[in-house]
Design a protein around this ligand. Structure first.
Ligand SMILES: Cc1cc2nc3c(=O)[nH]c(=O)nc-3n(C[C@H](O)[C@H](O)[C@H](O)COP(=O)(O)OP(=O)(O)OC[C@H]3O[C@@H](n4cnc5c(N)ncnc54)[C@H](O)[C@@H]3O)c2cc1C
Length: 284
């Protein structure tokens, strides 16, 4: 299907990109890999008057690993993450989740910034940034600001971004070497969006879990952190009884709607199983 008409610009700096976005009264959109935006334009779900292509903004492509954690530039692609061996130790949960994103071709072009800005409730990256308390750095006409991932996602395809803002980078807090984690996803076919997924991590404190984080994907209109499940895990030894309690608490904490892929009741049960498996993987 042909795209609606649009103007095109390919800036080389963040400030130039922001100025271009601001010049079109909310009618311009950044273009990352085009993996969601171009189909949305083809289906007339989006009709921006100007596309601001970010591919030549080199500073958006960096992966930085420091004592403060991992920082991904918005234009880092799934493939860049999977090919960067440092991330296997610097942030293994991130790598485990990205292994479930789409197929080879899409991973060559899809970006972390595009995924977060697109805010698909079934996408892995929004779930990981919420689970990990990541900070999302954005730049707009009014300057730079940082948005906590937990405040960023407001509904399906809805975020806290203003029309003239671009995501510049995503910062993940330091990942301790001995942290335990699990990521489990159920999709109809490998590479499809998640029907339900769970990301879990905790720190081991003499055989008991501390600092538990539990995030779920695909069971609400945006990714969720489940504090009730974290409360079940914190201070406890991870054994069969605890895992069963965490599974039941997960299912009780969510209220997914029916859709064309599955009933809400099915997803409620499924996401409990995802948390159960993720906890088992973390404990193993
Ligand atoms: C067949 C198929 C299967 C897929 N399967 C999965 C999957 O299993 N899991 C998954 O998570 N994803 C999946 N995806 C999505 C894909 O991985 C991309 O993450 C997603 O499409 C975003 O693509 P993009 O980075 O090319 O962004 P684009 O399509 O270029 O942009 C998407 C949106 O983000 C905005 N945007 C882009 N960059 C920025 C920025 N820096 N700042 C502000 N706004 C920005 C754009 O204006 C647009 O609104 C799939 C996509 C396809 C086509």
């Amino acid at each position: 299907m042909k795209l609606p008409p649009f103007e095109y610009a390919c800036p080389t700096s963040i400030s130039e990109a922001v100025a271009l976005l601001a010049s079109h009264d909310g009618e311009a959109k950044p273009l990352a890999g085009g993996q969601s935006l171009v189909p949305m334009m083809a289906f007339r779900v989006a009709s921006p008057s100007l596309l601001v292509d970010l591919r030549k903004v080199a500073e958006l492509r960096e992966i930085r690993i420091t004592q403060d954690g991992v920082t991904l530039g918005a234009m880092v692609r799934w493939r860049d993450i999977l090919e960067d061996a440092r991330l296997l130790t610097a942030h293994p949960l991130l790598v485990a989740a990205v292994e479930h994103v789409a197929h080879y071709q899409i991973r060559n072009r899809g970006t972390v910034g595009g995924s977060i800005a697109h805010a698909d409730p079934a996408a892995e990256m929004p779930g990981i940034v919420v689970t990990c308390d990541a900070q999302i750095a954005v730049m707009g006409r009014a300057g730079a600001r940082t948005i906590a991932a937990g405040d960023f996602f407001q509904g399906p395809l809805m975020t806290a971004l203003k029309p003239d803002e671009i995501i510049t980078e995503i910062h993940f807090p330091l990942w301790p070497a001995k942290r335990r984690f699990g990521f489990q996803e159920f999709a109809r076919r490998r590479g499809d969006f998640a029907m339900a997924a769970a990301a879990v991590f905790y720190d081991d404190d003499n055989g008991k879990a501390r600092n538990a984080h539990v995030g779920v994907i695909g069971v609400a209109d945006h990714p969720l952190r489940l504090s009730s499940v974290e409360a079940v895990i914190n201070g406890q030894k991870i054994d069969d009884a605890l895992i069963a309690k965490a599974e039941a608490t997960t299912s009780a904490a969510v209220d997914p709607a029916d859709d064309i892929h599955a009933s809400g009741a099915y997803r409620k049960a499924l996401v409990g199983v995802m948390v159960e498996r993720a906890l088992r993987a973390a404990a193993a």
